[in-house]
Design a protein around this ligand. Structure first.
Ligand code: FES
Ligand SMILES: [Fe+2]
Length: 401
C-alpha cells in the first residue's frame, strides 16, 4: 500500500506518448500565450520573427504604422510557411512556392497569373487574407496566442507583474555571444518541472547555484504561473562587486537584491538576478526532445569588456569548483572528468543531465515516483494547470476509442 502522496498528477504517457504530445500541441498550446522574442528584435517596419507554438507556426511582423501584428505562418494558397527564422521584409511578404504576395498587415495583394491560372474562379482576395493570431508585449517581451480573439495578455499574466524584480529590462543589453541553445533528450514538462523545483537547488547545484540562500526561498503562485524569490547567500553578498560576473545592475535597491524566477505557463521561465535578466524557453520538438533557448541581458558595456568579464567569471567559478572537496553524492572532486556534466561548473548542464536521466527511466515498466517534498509543490500546481487544457477523462476516452 502506498502511504505517501506520489509526485505529480500526470500519467507517464504525458511524457512518453506521441499521441499525448500531439494532443497537447493543439489543446494546450492553442489556448495559452507564448513567448516569441524581445521587442528589440523587431525594431523597424518589416522586421519579422517566426515562432512554433505547439502545432501552430506563427510569425510576428512590425507594420509601416509601427504596430506589431501576428499571423499564422500559413499561405492561403496551399499552406506553405511564408517566413522562416528572423529577418526583414520591407514591403510585402511573398510566399516562396507560387509567389502569392501579402502586405505587412496580412492582406492578399497579388496572385501571379491570376487571370489565366484562375480563370472563371472569381477570386475575392479579401477572403484570402492571412489568418490572424494575437500579439502583445510586456516587459520588453513579445507574446503570441494562436487565437485572434484570445483573452488579453494582462488578464493571462494576472498577478505575476506584482512579483517580478525591479529590473528595467529596456536599460539592459544583450550580447550575441551569450545566446545559448541546447537540444535536450527530455520531454518539455520535465524541464519545466526541474526549473520550478526548489528542492533540487541545494542538492544538484551545490557548487553552481550556492550564491543564493535556498533555505529562504519563497514559492508562490499567480494563476497558472509560479513566482519565486530567494535572497543572496551571505558569503556572496559580502564580496558581490568582485563575484558578480557581469557587474551589479545599478538600479536594484540593496534590499531587493536576490534571485527572482517566474514560470509563465506553459513553457517560459524568466530569471532576474543581481547582475542579469534572462529568458529560458522550452520548445517541444518530440515527446522526448526539447530545445532550450536562453537569452540574457546585462548592464551596458563594450563587447570586449563583456568577453573579458566572461573569462574572469569562468576562472573565478572554476577555482571555486576545484576548492570543493567532496560532493554530497560521496564522490571526490579529484575524480571529476572534464566531460562530466555534474562537474561542468554549469548549472544548466547539471539540470539537463538530471532531466535526461529521468526521461530514460520513464521507459521502464518499473518507473514510479515517490513522495513529494514541500519545495516541489510547484510541480502539482503545474500539473493541475496542464490538466485544465488536457483533462484525464478526455485522455482515457481517447484511449478507449
Ligand atoms: S503555397 Fe503559397 S503561393 Fe502557393
Ligand atoms: Fe536546476
Amino acid at each position: 500500500m502506498i502511504k505517501h502522496q506520489q509526485q505529480g498528477l500526470l500519467p507517464v504517457a504525458a511524457y512518453t506518448s506521441q499521441e499525448w504530445f500531439n494532443w497537447e500541441m493543439k489543446a494546450l498550446w492553442g489556448r495559452n500565450w507564448h513567448f516569441a522574442g524581445m521587442v528589440s528584435d523587431l525594431a523597424n517596419a518589416g522586421d519579422y520573427t517566426t515562432v512554433q507554438v505547439g502545432a501552430y507556426p506563427i510569425f510576428v511582423v512590425r507594420g509601416h504604422d509601427h504596430r506589431l501584428r501576428a499571423f499564422h505562418n500559413i499561405c492561403r494558397h496551399r499552406g506553405t510557411q511564408l517566413l522562416r527564422a528572423k529577418g526583414r521584409s520591407e514591403k510585402n511578404i511573398v510566399c516562396p512556392y507560387h509567389n502569392w504576395t501579402y502586405s505587412l498587415n496580412g492582406a492578399l495583394r497579388q496572385i501571379p497569373e491570376e487571370k489565366t491560372q484562375f480563370a472563371g474562379q472569381d477570386i475575392d482576395k479579401n477572403e484570402l487574407c492571412l489568418f490572424n493570431a494575437s500579439v502583445d508585449t510586456w516587459r520588453e517581451m513579445i507574446f503570441v496566442h494562436p487565437d485572434p480573439d484570445a483573452p488579453s495578455l494582462m488578464a493571462y499574466l494576472g498577478d505575476v507583474p506584482n512579483h517580478v524584480g525591479p529590473h528595467q529590462v529596456d536599460k539592459l543589453v544583450e550580447f550575441e555571444e551569450n545566446y545559448y541553445e541546447k537540444d535536450v533528450k527530455a520531454n518539455w514538462k520535465i524541464l519545466v518541472e526541474n526549473a520550478i523545483d526548489g528542492y533540487h537547488l541545494e542538492h544538484l547545484h551545490p557548487d553552481t547555484l550556492n550564491m543564493y540562500d535556498h533555505k529562504k526561498q519563497v514559492n508562490q503562485y499567480a494563476g497558472k504561473h509560479w513566482v519565486f524569490w530567494e535572497p543572496l547567500a551571505d558569503w556572496y553578498k559580502a564580496d558581490l562587486d568582485n563575484l558578480a560576473p557581469y557587474g551589479i545592475i545599478d538600479h536594484i535597491p540593496e534590499e531587493k537584491l536576490g534571485g527572482y524566477l517566474y514560470h509563465l505557463f506553459p513553457s517560459v521561465l524568466i530569471t532576474e538576478t543581481e547582475g542579469s535578466w534572462s529568458t529560458l524557453q522550452f520548445i517541444p520538438l518530440a515527446p522526448d526532445r526539447t530545445l532550450i533557448q536562453v537569452r540574457t541581458r546585462v548592464m551596458p558595456m563594450t563587447t570586449s569588456e563583456y568577453m573579458s568579464r566572461q573569462t574572469k567569471n569562468w576562472v573565478a567559478w572554476g577555482r571555486r569548483l576545484t576548492n570543493q572537496p567532496v560532493r554530497n553524492d560521496g564522490t571526490d572532486d579529484n575524480m571529476a572528468t572534464e566531460d562530466d556534466p555534474l562537474y561542468s561548473g554549469d548549472f544548466i548542464l547539471e539540470d539537463v543531465f538530471a532531466c535526461e536521466q529521468q526521461q530514460k527511466a520513464m521507459l521502464s515498466p518499473m518507473y514510479a515516483t515517490g513522495p513529494a517534498a514541500r519545495d516541489e509543490e510547484s510541480i502539482y500546481h503545474f500539473h493541475r494547470a496542464i490538466l485544465q487544457d488536457c483533462p484525464l477523462e478526455e485522455w482515457h476516452a481517447r484511449q478507449a476509442r
